[in-house]
Design a protein around this ligand. Structure first.
Ligand code: PRP
Length: 177
């Protein structure tokens, strides 16, 4: 494992709150009367989802999906499987996919394709963070919190080797160990 990684704050909890408030306002404007289904991608989106939906004062449903994980850097070469699927009927509904980070784009692109086959009325993507330097698959992000540099980040639901999800700020690793 090497030495303990050194974490520095990239976005404070206050900056995250401002971004989540802005995203909630944008989503409210577009979905106020649509009774959307918000689908969080596990595990990384759980904290973002929890904060986002508390700011949405209109009818909506919450779902989660989980994909099989192939580990960092190898996911794009593996065959992705849905290991926890949406429970609600998607057909004809307005669906908003909630992602914590769009990195290579593999996860979001796969799920947008997978969910579109269920024939929703509309399908959009909300991502808290976007790391465009790492993109391998083009993805259109409809609602975006932050664009981030090409660094490992952790905290606010996002892990580094399954650690640091509980941190309230978004941090970056100065030393990857
Ligand atoms: C992470 C993250 C995103 C995905 C982004 O999930 O939470 O869902 O990777 O990477 P990509 O754009 O390269 O596909 P991970 O598979 O590590 O699972 P986790 O959410 O359970 O940590």
């Amino acid at each position: 494992m090497g030495s303990e990684p050194k974490l520095s704050v990239l976005f404070t909890r206050d900056e995250i709150e401002v971004a989540v408030n802005r995203l909630a306002a944008e989503i409210r404007r577009d979905y106020l009367t649509k009774h959307p289904i918000l689908i969080g991608i596990l595990k990384g989106s759980f904290m973002f989802m929890a904060d986002l939906i508390r700011r949405l004062d209109f009818p909506l449903e919450v779902e989660f999906v989980r994909l099989s994980s192939y580990g960092r850097g190898t996911k794009s070469s593996g065959k992705i499987r849905v290991v926890h699927d949406v429970q609600s009927e998607i057909r004809g509904r307005d669906v908003l996919l909630i992602e914590d980070i769009v990195d290579t784009g593999t996860t979001a692109a796969f799920l947008l394709d997978y969910l579109s086959q269920k024939e929703p009325n509309s399908l959009k993507l909300c991502a808290l963070t976007d790391k465009p330097a790492r993109r391998q698959v083009p993805v259109n992000i409809d609602y975006l919190g932050f664009t981030i540099p090409d660094k490992f980040i952790a905290g606010y639901g996002i892990d580094w080797d399954e650690r640091f999800r509980h941190l309230p700020d978004i941090c970056f690793l100065e030393d990857e160990g």
